[in-house]
Design a protein around this ligand. Structure first.
Ligand SMILES: CC(C)(COP(=O)(O)OP(=O)(O)OC[C@H]1O[C@@H](n2cnc3c(N)ncnc32)[C@H](O)[C@@H]1OP(=O)(O)O)[C@@H](O)C(=O)NCCC(=O)NCCS
Length: 201
């Protein structure tokens, strides 16, 4: 008995149209492994890579785990939640102006974001403002220093003359970390209770 002709997929048995054959990309883009594995002082593993638009949900979950103190230290004011447009914006970068690295914990499902460091370039001033955050349970593992070092390297690659950031004066961990990386306090802070720290590159 002859097999039935499948009319639900009329083009299945036909060769591709000429336009399809000649417009096909010559190379198939295979997914490439991105980033690198980072081992913490106490032996846990994280994956360091650039932030991606698909990280919005992980960024929001991380925000929900942060203490009010960590939120204030990172954003310099209190915030109850990370609004969706802001989360989207933080994950969708303009590579000419921004870099952001995330530290992903891929031992859990879904993978969780444990740390993030970013810079925003001011082309006119030839410098970049940084921010960094490492989740409490992952602190004192060398991750904040690693993220800062990567941001400094990125600024150097971009040919910038300075990397700087706002830090609350009570934020001893961040002031200590930056001191060890060679940052110094800038004069004339704009806001009371806040200082600017910077590194000339
Ligand atoms: C500040 C912060 C980024 C530090 O991250 P971290 O991963 O814990 O830092 P590291 O483990 O790389 O520490 C590097 C060095 O910084 C200093 N440091 C870090 N945390 C410290 C603390 N709680 N007390 C004193 N020194 C501290 C130490 O000198 C440390 O070296 P050591 O552990 O060998 O002594 C983290 O605490 C954080 O995210 N805080 C909330 C957000 C924030 O403050 N962001 C900064 C403003 S943008």
């Amino acid at each position: 008995m002859t097999p039935a002709i499948d009319l639900t997929h009329p083009r299945r048995a036909l060769p591709p149209r000429t336009s399809e054959r000649f417009n096909r990309p010559r190379l198939v883009e295979l997914p490439r492994p991105k980033g690198e594995v980072v081992r913490t002082h106490d032996g846990r593993e994280l994956h360091l890579r650039p932030i991606e638009p698909g990280d919005v949900a992980a960024l929001k979950r991380q925000f929900a785990r942060l203490s009010p103190e960590d939120i204030r230290r990172r954003f310099l004011h209190s915030m109850g939640e990370l609004p969706d447009p802001m989360a989207q914006r933080l994950c969708r970068l303009d590579p000419a102006m921004e870099t952001a690295y995330v530290l992903m914990d891929e031992t859990v499902r879904p993978a969780e974001l444990r740390g993030v460091g970013r810079i925003f370039v001011d082309e006119a001033a030839n410098n970049a403002e940084f921010s960094v955050l490492v989740e409490h349970d992952w602190a004192r593992q060398g991750l904040g220093a690693l993220l800062m070092q990567r941001l400094v390297d990125d600024c150097r690659r971009r040919g910038l003359s300075e990397i700087w950031g706002y830090v609350l004066l009570e934020n001893r961990p961040m002031l200590q970390l930056c001191k060890e990386l060679g940052f110094v306090r800038r004069l004339s802070p704009d806001e009371p209770g806040t200082t600017q720290i910077s590194l000339q590159l």
